[in-house]
Design a protein around this ligand. Structure first.
Ligand code: ZN
Ligand code: ZN
Length: 336
């Protein structure tokens, strides 16, 4: 129920709301099934409900917050690409586009304290295109200035260590001045423990397991999508990728598939010399429809939308022409 309410509060167009509601209904249906199982478990146990059965009726523990749905285009309505997956009271960031910490602060102010700046402690990068990393400086320094004392735990492709080293080196005077200032932050919280990753499980704690898988993206040697498993959701993020079979394998009836996309009709209007690049780098709406049909997510969320002049309604129509499931074209700060 809460999911529908959130979407309605955002004033989505009725079509988007219907699609979102369809996704919510699917998730609620699953919750109802879990509840029925819980009741049976209670009835079968003379001494009362099993702990596991109680857990099945617990409120959702996972919230996805679309911090930034943008692209390299400086759309004032869309921050650079960044997604937060919040489990219980802990936030995990995926990509750090321009504006990421301010969008996180907006979500924190709106009831998700896990996204307050000092608590941004873990970040996964899909690849090193600058639209996905321009906010890395922000995630390194702003939380530190606001009180984070531990280094950022940072997972990313080979090259991430060099990027961080350059950022720290370039900001050496800022760092030194702040540490030396009266009451300033302690040294260390501005740094990162960098984990350069390959395919497979890259992170696990009591709340979340993160598995990286390779995706083809233009000329990049290392670009990843992520499959994230929490206590109550399986979420797959495409990162930036042209159409490929790894997405459907990773999703395989997942709860939420968050996928980049460009408009087929918009694509036909861009200069011919630029079309090959985008076809090699990104996924068209019609290609995504085929991927989603194979992947069968309970909810498909579009982000990193490249409209190329097409409307949002047109983009959604292009996806829906080939995909019968629930789909939402995400906007910044939307939650799922
Ligand atoms: Zn991008
Ligand atoms: Zn990219």
């Amino acid at each position: 129920m809460f999911m529908t309410t959130r979407w309605m509060n955002l004033g989505l167009p009725s079509r988007a709301r219907r699609a979102a509601s369809a996704g919510a209904m699917a998730l609620r249906a699953r919750a109802a099934t879990a509840g029925a199982v819980a009741l049976l478990a209670c009835a079968a146990t003379a001494g009362g409900c099993l702990p596991g059965a109680l857990a099945a009726q617990a409120p959702a523990r996972t919230t996805i917050v679309m911090l930034g749905t943008g692209t390299p285009i400086p759309d004032p309505e869309r921050a650079g690409p960044a997604v937060a997956i919040v489990v219980d009271s802990v936030a995990y960031l995926f990509d750090a586009g321009s504006g990421v910490v301010r969008r996180a602060a907006a979500a924190a102010r709106d009831g998700i304290p896990a996204l307050s700046a000092p608590r941004l402690g873990t970040l996964f990068l899909t690849h090193l295109h600058s639209d996905h990393t321009l906010g890395l400086n922000d995630v390194l320094f702003t939380p530190w200035i606001q009180g984070r004392t531990a280094p950022l735990e940072l997972y990313g492709p080979p090259g991430t260590r060099r990027l961080v080293s350059g950022i720290l080196d370039g900001n050496a005077e800022d760092i030194a001045e702040r540490i030396a200032s009266a009451g300033g932050p302690a040294a260390g919280g501005e740094r990162a423990n960098v984990h350069e990753i390959g395919e497979g499980e890259v992170y696990r704690d009591a709340r979340i397991t993160v598995r990286a898988f390779r995706v083809p993206h233009s000329g990049w040697a290392h670009a990843f999508g992520y499959q994230v498993t929490t206590p109550d959701r399986v979420i797959v993020l495409s990162g930036d990728a042209r159409a490929n079979p790894a997405i459907a394998r990773a999703c395989n009836r997942c709860d939420v598939l968050i996928h980049e996309v460009y408009s087929d009709s918009g694509f036909r209007t861009i200069p011919a010399r630029r079309q090959p690049y985008h076809a090699q780098a990104h996924t068209s709406a019609s290609e995504l429809a085929a991927i989603a049909t194979a992947a069968r997510p309970k909810l498909l969320v579009l982000y990193h939308q490249l409209y190329f002049g097409a409307s949002d309604a047109r983009l959604l129509a292009e996806v829906r022409a080939g995909f019968a499931g629930a789909v939402v074209s995400a906007r910044d700060l939307q939650r799922f």
